[in-house]
Design a protein around this ligand. Structure first.
Ligand code: UDP
Length: 206
């Protein structure tokens, strides 16, 4: 059997290089607020590689960057569900810090295609999967205001500790080895996921 682990861009921590390719070892605070997640995922990669080397297990390591789509949780505190819910309810969008930190959001269908291609491949090493289209969080909030046609404003709140300042996948490896790259633009993806949030709000209010 093959063993595929859903790893994460968090293994790169608060990266000192941008974009991040698979050769970069990361910059993680081992005792910081995000460290239990970051370090456990790093350990998961380490033990997966060890089992591959020692016991010849046929492994895959998908390093998944920020992903969104229908059926994501409404209240897990991430930027996209927070902004969508706030915009649709007419509440101010809570941007942490000055909003200059960046992320790169991948639509779920693209990610799944990447995972399936990785699974079917014979690649026994980490592969980044994500959308390289990088945006600042402030501009992302503005895009959501625009797409929802909302007149909610923006409210700035303190930046959480160890919040990565930049994040963007280098997907050269996935392009070359899996012949994969995302096809859904952020504009298209946000429109698709907006439908889901609208439906959830009307379902919950009935
Ligand atoms: N963020 C924000 N307002 C929110 C939720 C998140 O400004 O209401 C910021 C957060 O500080 C981070 C970015 O948006 O810089 C992405 O946060 P998220 O939790 O979605 O993902 P992650 O930090 O794990 O990439």
């Amino acid at each position: 059997s093959k063993f595929l682990i859903a790893s994460t861009s968090e293994i790169y921590g608060d990266p000192e290089v941008n974009p991040q390719n698979e050769e970069y070892w990361g910059n993680v605070n081992p005792t910081g607020f995000r460290s239990v997640y970051d370090e456990s995922k790093r350990f998961a990669e380490a033990i997966t590689m060890a089992y591959h080397r020692k016991h010849n297990i046929d492994i895959r390591i998908a390093r998944i960057f920020n992903t969104y789509g229908p059926r994501m949780r409404l209240d897990d505190g991430r930027a996209l569900p927070n902004f969508m819910m706030q915009a649709l309810k007419g509440e101010p969008l809570t941007v942490y810090g000055d909003g200059s930190q960046t992320r790169s959001f991948c639509y779920v269908d693209d990610l799944i295609e990447g995972i399936i291609r990785l699974y079917k491949s014979g690649i026994n090493e980490p592969v980044n999967l994500g959308n390289p289209d990088e945006v600042s969080i402030l501009n992302f909030a503005r895009e959501i205001l625009d797409i929802t046609d909302s007149d909610s404003g923006i409210e700035f709140k303190p930046l959480p500790e160890d919040d990565p300042k930049v994040r963007r996948p280098d997907i050269t490896k996935a392009k070359k080895l899996l012949n994969w790259e995302p096809e859904v633009s952020r504009e298209e993806g946000l429109k698709l996921v907006l439908e889901y949030f609208r439906n959830e709000i009307s379902r919950n209010s009935n």
